[in-house]
Ligand binder design. Sequence first.
Ligand SMILES: Cc1cc2nc3c(=O)[nH]c(=O)nc-3n(C[C@H](O)[C@H](O)[C@H](O)COP(=O)(O)O)c2cc1C
Length: 311
Amino acid sequence: MIDLSVEVGGLRLSNPVMPASGTFADGLANTIDFNRLGAFVTKTITHEKRTGNPVPRVAEVHSGMLNAIGIPSKGSDYFIRESIPFYRKFSPPLVVSISAPSNDGFARLAAELSQVEGVAAIEANISCPNIEEDGKAFAMHARSTAAVVKALRASTSLPLWVKLTPNTGEIANVARAAQEEGADAIVAANTILGMAIDIDTRRPKLGNVMGGMSGPAIKPIVVRMVYQCHRAVSIPIIGCGGIATAEDAIEYMLAGAKAVQVGTATFIHPTAMIDVIDGLVQYCGRKGLSGLQGLVGAVEDTGFVPFEAMA
Ligand SMILES: Cc1cc2nc3c(=O)[nH]c(=O)nc-3n(C[C@H](O)[C@H](O)[C@H](O)COP(=O)(O)O)c2cc1C
C-alpha cells in the first residue's frame, strides 16, 4: 500500500503535488481531475484591482519561458465572491497566494482572507516590490523578509507559506528569517530575473523589458537553493522550478523539499501534475517504498561542504 500523503506547513495533503501560482486556471478542470491534486495554489491576488504589465507578457526561450505578467488582479472582493466558491466544489485545500506593496498591505489582505470560509492557507508571494524599500523585492534580504513575515504572522492564524525569490544572494538567511518570524513553510522559489531581445527589431521581447525565467532551465539553480534552505531551516520546504516529471520532483525531495509545485510544465502538458503524481506512485512501487517521507533531504552526504552551501 503506497501512501503519498504529507503534512506541509500546517496542512495535511493527500499527495505532495500542487500547481505553482499563476500557472493554472479554472478551465484546466476540463482536462484533469482537480480532486487528485495535493492542494490548489491560486494566482497571486492583491487587495486592489491591478491591470498588469504591457504586452507581450510572455516569451519562449530555450528550455523555459520568460514572463512579466505583472500580477493583474480583479481585487480581493471579486476573488472572494467569484473564485472561492468555485474551489469549494473540490476536495484539495485552497492555498491563496497574496501580494501587496507594503508590510501593512500584506497583513491587511491576510487578515481579510482569514475570515473567508474555504481558505486553508496563505502563500505570501514576497518576491514582489516593497515600496518601503525602493521597490526591491521583500525576499531579497533577510531584514525585509523578517519584517513582512512578522506582520503577516500577527495578522492570521492560518498556515502561512512564504514564497522566496531565487534572485537573492542569501537564500539561506532569508529562509531563516521567514522561519524565525513564524512562517509554517517556505516555497522555493519564484522566477529568476531574465531578459530576451528580438535581434530583428532590436526590441526587448517583453513589454516590461525584463521578466521572470521559469521552466526546465532553472531546475538545477532552484534544487541548489532547496538544498541550502534544507540545511538552514526545519520548517517544510516546497520545491518549485522546472518540475515536469516525477523524477524532477524526487530530485527536489532528495535536496530537501517535502512537497512540490508544477508551473510551466502545465503549459506544455496540461496533465503534467497528474503525471507527476502517478510517477511518484510508480517510483515508490519500483523502490519498495510505502511513502515519500524517507526521501526528504536524503541526498547522500558526501562529506564535502562547498562554501556556497553555508551562505
Ligand atoms: C505565466 C506565469 C505566471 C506566474 N504568476 C505567478 C504569480 O501570480 N504568483 C507567483 O507567486 N508566482 C507566479 N509565477 C511563478 C511560478 O509560480 C513558479 O514559481 C515559477 O514559474 C517556477 O516554476 P516552474 O519552472 O515550474 O514554472 C508565474 C509563472 C509563470 C510562468
